[in-house]
Design a protein around this ligand. Sequence first.
Ligand code: DAH
Length: 337
Amino acid sequence: MTELQAAVAAAEAAALTTIAQAADLAALEALRPELLGKKSALRTHMKGLGSLPAEDRPEAGRVINDAQARVEEAFAARLAELREADLARRLESERIDITLPAPAAPAGSLHPLTLTLLEIERIFVSMGYDVAEGPESETEANNFDLLNILPHHPARDMHDTFYLEAGGILRTHTSPVQVRYMLAHKPPLAIIAPGRVFRVDDVDATHSPVFTQVEGLVVDRGISMAHLRGTLDAFLKAMFGEDVETRFRPSYFPFTEPSAEVDMRWHGAKGGGGWLEVLGCGMVNPAVLENCGIDSREFTGFAFGLGVERFAMLRYGIPTIRAFYENDIRVLRQFAS
Ligand code: DAH
């Protein structure tokens, strides 16, 4: 009996020491089978009870059970202690100072089309122009008739223009802003009119059903083609650099007479290059002035229209118009200032 008691006491003491020495939760958990499992030293003694005289068995069983209970208690206590230490360490390392200012939201940046438009506006405003705007849904009269685009002109085809069920259309160009402005103001006048325009077009590298134009209009006494040339030359040089070359090519628009297209010379990387059309322009057709209540014997004017996407593509070397509408953050980020 005393022999067994001594052995149990030794096993208990060993178990308690091992528990006390477990340095962290993982180490303690690793000891669980050895100390509390079916094959622990104390449970092995339990199995040996059968070989004791019957009258000694109850007392021996109690001694072993008490020792086992103390080991379990010590294990639970150490477990609780280590858990608490672990929690305290995590709380310390993951501490958040809620009095610190929150990190700033990432600042957005202006879209390359907006940047290009702002530059165009800056140049014309510096030459004394006002910036005018008109609605994106227009009357057929403003978009076509008053601009001398007659009923059978192909631009008026259902396939080229979005007709609205409620009447009217989505404007196909910013030229109707000329009409609106002339109907509301007396010359002298000098405006640019930026805005979105709409055409029934499929998306490809250079076309989109929605794109952006800037219209220009100057009306005064004695305005001539020379003013038009000088203005556009100054504008393109301000936009693309002093050494830019431009040329005027005869063209046709119903709302101007004479009409021209302006080409700009570009230089390719491998010495190539060529002329690229960048805008349409002309002297305001006297019929348009009269339609808008301006006496064409007293006043003359010039007008022009350009596509902002094309300007932005040239300015930044962007190869496809799609880049402006996909809003790929990797593309847009390159324009953050
Ligand atoms: N409205 C024309 C278009 O969208 C562009 C244009 C050409 C505008 C000549 C003008 C102009 O004011 O004079 O294709």
